[in-house]
Design a protein around this ligand. Sequence first.
Ligand code: C5P
Length: 330
Amino acid sequence: MTVVVRSFAKINLGLYIGAARADGYHDLRTVYQTIALHDLIRVSVGRGTGIDIACTNKDPRVPLDSSNTCYRIAERVLAELGAQGRVRIEIEKRLPVQGGLGAASSNAVATMIALESALKRALKKRLSASARLRIAAEVGSDLPLFLVGGTTLGVGRGEEVYPLPDLATIPMVVVTPQVGVSTPQAFADWDEFINARQLTRPSASDRLFEVGCVLSAWLSGSPNTGALAKGGSRAGNLLSDLVRTGIENDFERVVFPKYPELRDIKGALERAGSRYASLSGSGSTLYGLFRSRAEAAKAASRLRKQGFGAVVTSTLTRRQYWKRSLVASR
Ligand code: C5P
């Protein structure tokens, strides 16, 4: 049995990093948003044992061994379900590797969904929702969001996820530079940045609390932020809310100085008319949100003329995310 699923990407609408924890991770607050760009994951189960991984574009940064997130999750799903079989996972790569779009995390969750589906007929049992979330969080901080989809609040190390009222579909432009940014390195650079400014900045946990208040006010449509001003729809107001709230991604402070071309791309997105532009996760992908698809298309063509690899896409609501997830099951 082969199951094919879309493995959608995410962006971060604001990302705030706290202090390093005793376990080496960082507490953070972020709003994840799934988008329509995706990889394809094909999972088949046959007789025998073992897990094989194949990747269509043979990017050396995509491991094909037990360190691949798809392998790690497949191993856990089989153990949890008490299932056996030879599992083949094929990754059709379209999303950037180390791009801040959560591709490796999304690939793993797509593998879990496809594998469960492939095993369903033979086993007649499924994982509980909490087991799925636990397994996802064991494999990486950015996985659980893909079990929710749409607009999702991420807290803890990012693995604790809460579905938020969905923001309606927003047209956007995604620019993916050639450079890949290592997330652990970006966190280490953040620690250095914070340590160097310890005397002049509020403590990291105070800061996260303040940020929590800003996010909460924004998301709940508090009159202070004007999110639901004059009965307007959330979707219609999102762009102006983002701009007004000044929501930001902390990683820009350490990633831009290291890769100045990324700052230039953000500037180019802003000059091309985006209402809000930002680095996604630790990068290197940047995105710009636009009022209409036509404005996004115009901006993308302008950016391409400047030599940037820009594509037009849109955000995905939770409903769209799940509706478009399954491609084939045969
Ligand atoms: O959870 P994940 O395996 O994706 O994290 C990769 C690395 O990124 C961690 O080992 C850690 O160094 C860093 N990280 C962090 N704080 C987070 C998430 C990740 O320091 N909230």
